[in-house]
Design a protein around this ligand. Structure first.
Ligand code: FES
Length: 451
């Protein structure tokens, strides 16, 4: 077997195809990446009330995201401590205690009843069959080591030694904010509409975050979509062709995006919902409000980006959050959530819903194009001969420039494979088992939005 450094030669723009198809590498990913990194597990609006739960995933593990009776968000392994049965078999619901269907053990998150979330509170036959000898305190559900609610998005890690989420995110935060707090930079104020779309794709999970981290080059795949015209307003084209974007990345952290650099002069509101006057009026008003509250700080704009390892987002209206769960080396489960302002008029939510349905998700026109590419590339790399080859990520090697206004940030033109190179370099660092001190040596962040 080749070493990780032989498989990922990021500086040269070479990544072995085997990391997209090999079962052993996949197992190593679950250990080194998914049991250590901060992972996106959901949005607070999926569990608005006490005792609400939403079944999510972290890597290949099923987890329960729940809001306890004290209002705190908890994330626990969805597997009974007794003999492993899946506790929650629904996608979401409202439950005070989680009772196992196998032998009936029950677990609670109610801080009035238990010291630790997920503690074992009910054991059928505890006094008789167990003679009162089973120590319930020892047999609670496995909980994550750290969980954070960042502007409505919930993140968790199994690793107690992982750095605080905001360090892990670094200055990528400036761009994630554009997706999470559309309004005034202070709070989320958003909700997921229309439930969570979930579907399986026969491809390696890394194809999707790699695509969303800054592959503008693949736009040719969506040529038919451009011709049909499925823009937000229902008009021609997917996007404003005059809007220039850059591939922006955070090389030490593995995050990146396609967006606008800070400090550009944002012009007046650009109408894009001409067919829907109420929607147009709403987005204009939001734009003006943002301008008043944020001033020059709003001059950070995202179209699409990836947080290492498996979360991506669209930051412009309409906004989406996506996560790519590994199932096997050659299969992933893709989830998409659609974000709107909680108090937006119904007409705005309706227009957003229609746009999302035609644009992305399993039936959306662009996502269908992408899925075909990722599936085809995975399938054509599974053979004994093909898996020995390398993919080419050489576009723009050696042309990255630092962005002085944002510590830790680099830019490399509009069309480049810089962002994919820094993503796979980060992947290799995790796979090589670097310590958190080594992994975070280059992390820097501005405390406030750049002004
Ligand atoms: Fe859950 Fe036995 S497996 S109670």
């Amino acid at each position: 077997h080749k070493s990780i450094d032989e498989l990922v030669r990021a500086e040269e723009g070479l990544v072995s195809r085997s990391i997209f198809v090999d079962d052993e590498i996949f197992q190593q990913e679950l250990q080194q990446v998914f049991s250590r990194a901060w992972l996106f597990v959901g949005h607070e609006s999926l569990v608005p009330k006490p005792d609400d739960y939403f079944v999510s995933r972290m890597g290949t593990e099923s987890v329960i995201l729940t809001r306890d009776r004290q209002g705190q968000i908890q994330v626990m392994l969805n597997s009974c401590a007794h003999r492993g049965m899946k506790l929650c078999r629904y996608d979401h619901g409202n439950n005070r205690t989680f009772t196992c269907p196998y032998h009936g053990w029950s677990f609670s998150t109610d801080g009035k009843l238990v010291e630790k979330p997920g503690e074992l509170v009910g054991v059928p036959g505890h006094a008789t069959h167990y003679k009162g000898e089973l120590d319930k305190k020892q047999w609670g559900l496995k909980t994550v080591a750290q969980v954070v609610n960042y502007k409505g998005a919930i993140w968790a890690t199994w690793d107690a030694d992982a750095p605080p989420f905001l360090d892990y995110l670094g200055n990528m935060r400036l761009y994630l904010d554009a997706a999470l707090d559309n309004r005034d930079g202070s709070s989320g104020g958003s909700e997921v509409i229309g439930g969570v779309q979930k579907w399986r794709v026969k491809c390696n999970w890394k194809f999707a975050p790699e695509n969303f981290i800054g592959d503008l080059y693949h736009d040719i795949s969506h040529r038919s979509v451009d011709i049909v015209g499925i823009g937000p307003g229902g008009g021609k084209g997917r996007r404003d062709p005059s809007a220039t974007r850059s591939a922006i990345c955070f090389p030490e952290l593995g995050h990146g995006l396609l967006g606008r650099l800070p400090f550009y002069e944002e012009g007046p509101y650009a109408p894009q919902y001409a067919r829907y006057p109420e929607v147009e009026a709403y987005f204009r008003q939001v734009h003006e409000q943002r301008e008043r509250t944020l001033g020059s700080a709003m001059r950070v704009q995202t179209s699409v980006g990836t947080i290492f390892p498996n979360m991506s987002f669209h930051g412009r209206q309409p906004r989406t959050l996506a996560v790519f769960h590994p199932i096997s080396a050659t299969e992933m489960e893709m989830w998409r959530m659609y974000l709107v302002d909680k108090d937006a008029p119904e007409a705005v939510k309706e227009a957003a819903r229609h746009y999302f349905l035609r644009y992305s998700g399993p039936g959306g026109m662009t996502e269908s194009d992408d899925m075909e590419n990722w599936t085809g590339a995975t399938e054509a790399s599974m053979g004994a001969v093909s898996r020995e080859l390398y993919f080419n990520y050489q576009m723009g090697v050696g042309h990255a420039q630092p962005v002085p206004e944002i510590p830790g940030c680099a830019v490399n033109g509009e069309y480049t494979e810089e962002n994919a190179r820094i993503y796979y370099r980060r992947w290799a660092q995790f796979m090589n088992g670097l310590s958190w001190d080594q992994l975070m040596a280059g992390s820097v962040r501005v405390e406030e939005r750049a002004a």
